[in-house]
Design a binder for this molecule. Structure first.
Ligand code: NAD
Ligand code: UDP
Length: 314
């Protein structure tokens, strides 16, 4: 089996490359390194079944030879990244999705779109099931990401209906783990970095907004089960253990063993007040649920960031 993974040098994409290589697949990673890093896949570069090509997937994609699966993960994903890169984010969600679907159609390959819980926007219902249509401000700052992904879901579904492409859509909820970028601006890298370096932890707003954090190995296992399933409609993959951001900051601080203060900063516009996946569908059709609890996942992630910080200061 041969997979093309766009965004394969990013946080999630690189874990997916590892996972498929371990299972005997051939993997071609396409990435323009906009928010990823070659170091994420450096252990794979000498592997005979792995290849990395620098490619902007918003431009025509030419892949010689057969392809069995196209997995479209390319897109800035951290709010700080996509606020800095609004046009690139819209283009990779729109043109990048079109090109990768075209590749899947030409190769008669299966296709999986990495979508997001941001399709639900600032949700009016909780937990969010796949049947909820969302509450998105299309012209707000987060709209560049949310609407790109909503368009990507619509286009993926259209290719399935009009061209019969064998598609999957995963709605990924907040995921964390090793290989997140220390400076990507997301809550977890910020909090860990701040606690490790003695800076005050910055909680935005009053910290009562909630998120639900899934450890990366659980997410990748859920995605693999979805790849193997015959489900074409979106499926939520995430950890339903919901926590306020203030409590999350306190947990990270305690785990790092730090006593830095927590300071409150303005809440970014349209920041979702609550986010928690309803994973009944994944439980039912994929027989999947997360296994790694927050304590264990955070421990592994803090260990990774500790080494990164030490390497920087050394
Ligand atoms: P990331 O920024 O680490 O990885 C994204 C990768 O895509 C990077 O390597 C980047 O260089 C690449 N990329 C961006 N634009 C590209 C382009 N035009 N051509 C080729 N490569 C390009 O982010 P991530 O957290 O690994 O997210 C991966 C995917 O999962 C994204 O599609 C994101 O929307 C989705 N997702 C992630 C999360 C999460 O919690 N991490 C949650 C929901 C959805
Ligand atoms: N957040 C925070 N302090 C930070 C970074 C983020 O309080 O230094 C908050 C952010 O406002 C949001 C939550 O943490 O409410 C999760 O943010 P993140 O950027 O990780 O991802 P999001 O779930 O918003 O896409």
């Amino acid at each position: 089996m041969r997979a093309v993974i766009t965004g394969g040098a990013g946080f999630l994409g690189s874990h997916l490359c590892d996972y498929l290589i371990e299972r005997g697949w051939d993997v071609l990673c396409l990435d323009n390194l906009l928010t990823g890093a070659e170091s994420n896949v450096s252990p794979l570069l000498s592997h005979p079944r792995f290849r990395m090509a620098r490619q902007d997937v918003t431009r025509f994609i030419d892949v010689p030879g057969p392809v069995d699966y196209v997995l479209h993960f390319a897109s800035p994903a951290s709010p700080v990244d996509y606020l800095k890169l609004p046009i690139q984010t819209l283009k990779v969600g729109a043109l990048g999705t079109h090109n990768t679907l075209g590749l899947a159609l030409a190769k008669t390959a299966k296709y999986l779109l990495a979508s997001t819980s941001e399709c639900y926007g600032d949700p009016a219902v909780s937990p969010q099931a796949e049947t909820y249509w969302g509450n998105v401000n299309p012209i707000g700052p987060r709209g560049v990401y949310d609407e790109a992904k909503r368009f990507a879901e619509a286009l993926t579904t259209a290719y399935h209906r009009a061209h019969g492409v064998d598609t999957r859509i995963v709605r990924i909820f907040n995921t964390y783990g090793p290989r997140m970028r220390l400076n990507d601006g997301r809550a977890l890298p910020n909090f860990v970095y701040q606690a490790l370096t003695g800076e005050a932890i910055t909680v935005y707003g009053d910290g009562r907004q909630t998120r639900s954090f899934c450890y990366v190995s659980d997410l990748i296992e859920g995605i693999y089960r979805l790849m193997e399933s015959g489900e074409h409609a979106p499926v939520n993959i995430g950890n339903p253990q919901e926590i306020t951001i203030l409590e999350f900051a306190e947990r990270v601080r305690a785990l790092v063993g730090s006593d830095v203060p927590i300071v409150f900063k303005p809440l970014p516009q349209d920041d979702p007040k609550q986010r928690c996946p309803d994973i009944s569908k994944a439980r039912r059709i994929l027989n999947w649920e997360p296994k790694v609890n927050l304590e264990d996942g955070l421990r592994l992630t803090v260990e990774f960031f500790r080494k990164q910080v030490a390497a920087r200061s050394g």
